[in-house]
Ligand binder design. Structure first.
Ligand SMILES: Nc1nc2c(c(=O)[nH]1)N[C@@H](CN(C=O)c1ccc(C(=O)N[C@@H](CCC(=O)O)C(=O)O)cc1)CN2
Length: 279
């Protein structure tokens, strides 16, 4: 029987623990932790994710501010909004929803977020610190995956992890986090030759490529741990999960696996940021 890595169930447990921590912050400081969310443009999926994040804040007793900027926003305008949030002592964490419209320099805007408010783990500075094993907020999706794997006791040291995808907020930080947990890591991407053969070697496969069911079930060896970080219309991820049946050791469902852990991680890091800033 394959082990279900149930991100939804774990996220509910994490939220219950966070609600207790938020209550302590409020009692001790008389202040409420606040996450500022920034949505640029009208992408419906992004709007849904930002709404989900606001609702998660509510469930744990935090407040959130939702800043909605028009599709035609410039880099300078977005940088100015981020500077205001950095300077606002009532805001403890800042989330800039990815992707932003093409005319915006997303990297410059991510990097403008103050390190102590980078609760989504998107800055180069936070990434570098994490890569060097220093304290930093991790990029929310890969950090959520690490929490999920550790919660279910998945052995990592010495395992061969194959990460398919190399994006700045998912594939790259995922690879570094697995390396930090003593995995041997291979990162695959669009120019990788013989992807199927590499995936076949994996003890742990992470689908982070952003293409529906791109990773085929017959590429995955028996007994592997399968982590699907994709979410596409129709409720499928980056990996063909159904045909895997019971031949893998453990797997994350879509939906209900990695997605809820992304949000639980953002909220956890927001609570930590508020504890540090108000403590
Ligand atoms: N600044 C960021 N932008 C983006 C991130 C991120 O971590 N930081 N990740 C993704 C999207 N994302 C959060 O923003 C996200 C995607 C999916 C889910 C989720 O819980 N999905 C559910 C299903 C949702 C549904 O039913 O509609 C699931 O998998 O169970 C959460 C967060 C890109 N942008």
């Amino acid at each position: 029987m394959s082990l279900l890595l149930d991100g939804k169930a774990l996220s509910l447990k994490i939220e219950a623990d966070l609600a207790a921590r938020v209550a302590v912050i409020k009692e001790k400081s008389g202040r409420t932790p606040i996450l500022a969310t920034i949505l640029v443009g009208g992408d419906p999926a992004s709007a849904t994710y930002v709404t989900m994040k606001g609702k998660a804040c509510q469930r744990v007793g935090m407040d959130s501010i939702r800043l909605e900027l028009p599709e035609a926003t410039t880099t300078e305008e977005l940088l100015a909004e981020i500077a205001k949030l950095n300077a606002n002592p009532d805001v403890h964490g800042i989330l800039l929803q990815h992707p932003v419209p093409h005319q915006i320099d997303e990297r410059a805007c991510f990097d403008a977020i103050a390190l102590e408010k980078d609760v989504d783990g998107v800055t180069c500075l936070g990434f570098g610190r994490m890569a060097m094993g220093e304290r930093a907020y991790g990029s929310a999706t890969p950090a959520g995956i690490m929490t999920l794997l550790r919660h279910y006791g998945v052995e990592l040291a010495g395992k061969h992890a194959v990460v398919v995808g190399r994006s700045a907020i998912l594939g790259k930080p995922m690879a570094l986090m697995l390396l930090g947990a003593d995995c041997t890591v291979t990162v695959c991407h669009s120019k990788t030759r013989d992807l199927a053969a590499l995936v076949k070697q994996a003890d742990i496969v992470v689908g982070a490529v952003g293409r529906p069911e791109f990773i085929q079930a017959d590429w995955i060896k028996d007994g592997a741990v399968v982590v699907d970080a994709g979410y596409h219309p129709g409720g499928v991820g980056d990996i063909q999960l159904k045909p895997l049946g019971d031949r893998v050791a453990a797997w994350t469902p879509v939906p209900g696996g990695v997605g809820p852990m992304t949000i639980a991680t953002l909220i956890t890091q927001s609570v930590e940021a508020a504890e540090r800033q108000l403590g």
